[in-house]
Design a protein around this ligand. Structure first.
Ligand SMILES: Nc1ncnc2c1ncn2[C@@H]1O[C@H](COP(=O)(O)OP(=O)(O)OP(=O)(O)O)[C@@H](O)[C@H]1O
Ligand SMILES: [Mg+2]
Length: 280
């Protein structure tokens, strides 16, 4: 169990270092299989590239607000951003990206899956599958039995796995955006300023007590949704878990221990890429 999370953390750390330009990208050969994930999120669009053995190779992202509550609301801008990211990745890897897998929050339905596939295909990649976001996170974390809670910008997705099978998956429209709104209201500052303050590590001690009730609300959503069904261990992922006190606040409400991987914002995007069948 510990070994597994250490290994996962190593993968996430090396992926983050490559994305941030702190580690060189390994050479990609001409015929090597590349698996691509596209995460159209509420706060950013992320492209991930992994190899056939699911080892991360490279990734790129742009902040975007073309998706609301997990649904694409600005189709053209989503395509433009994804096109730019695709070109960047192609330039860096010296390879064309030909396929990609997309994802949607659980329960958002067939039509939102089709829109995600359309955005991907409009950039010239074949999209064979659109998966459930927390399920993708579960695959990356290699969860056989457990609960994965993905707290992004606009949504909190929860999935329970038993013997490697998804038992239950739900989505709630609460996320980091609500933390920022609470902070903006408390400090009487504009949203954009509050977003910067929220992400400023050196101000975390003063920020977290203000947004703590939102974290507790998320934990109580999880508790109510699962009640006795909850399967241990519980993992928390997504950009909004990036506070050192996050697990502690969550655990107090949920009354069980939670595991937070490193760079939790990359777990779902990397999991999505694992479903890309790369044309096979
Ligand atoms: N260092 C940080 N500290 C606090 N919050 C952060 C940090 N980095 C990112 N966030 C927050 O995480 C959220 C984005 O997380 P993530 O990238 O997982 O969301 P998303 O996938 O775009 O959205 P969704 O899954 O809801 O569609 C934003 O609200 C952002 O403010
Ligand atoms: Mg997300």
């Amino acid at each position: 169990m510990n070994n597994k999370i250490n290994y996962t953390n190593e993968k996430l750390t090396s992926f983050a270092s490559v994305v941030n330009g702190k580690l060189p990208i390994r050479k990609v050969s001409k015929n090597e299989t590349l698996k691509i994930g596209v995460d159209l999120g509420t706060s950013s669009i992320v492209v991930t590239v992994i190899d056939k053995d699911n080892n991360p190779i490279y990734g790129a992202y742009e902040y975007a607000n073309t998706v609301q509550d997990g649904i694409v609301v600005n189709y053209l801008e989503s395509v433009e951003i994804l096109q730019r990211l695709k070109q960047k990745v192609e330039r860096v890897l010296g390879r064309k990206l030909t396929t990609a897998c997309g994802a949607i929050p659980p329960g958002t339905g067939e039509s939102s899956a089709r829109i995600v596939a359309n955005v991907i295909e409009a950039t010239g990649m074949d999209c064979f599958q659109v998966v459930d976001e927390p399920t993708a996170a579960g695959l990356f974390l290699e969860v056989e039995d457990g609960t994965v809670i993905d707290i992004g910008g606009g949504t909190t997705g929860l999935s329970i796995f038993k013997h490697g099978t998804l038992l239950k998956s739900i989505d709630e429209p609460t996320g980091g955006t609500h933390m920022t709104l609470v902070l903006a209201g408390n400090r009487k500052i504009p949203y954009v300023e509050a977003e910067l303050l929220k992400k400023n590590k050196s101000r975390e001690n003063e920020v977290f007590p203000i947004i703590r009730p939102v974290v507790e609300k998320m934990a109580s959503i999880a508790k109510n949704a699962f009640d006795k069904d909850i399967v241990l261990p519980v993992y928390v992922v997504g950009g909004s878990t990036n506070f050192k006190e996050f697990e502690n606040a969550f655990e107090k409400v949920l009354k069980v221990d939670v595991i937070k991987p490193k760079y939790p914002q990359y777990v779902t995007p990397l999991g999505i890429a694992m479903y890309d069948n790369a044309g096979e």
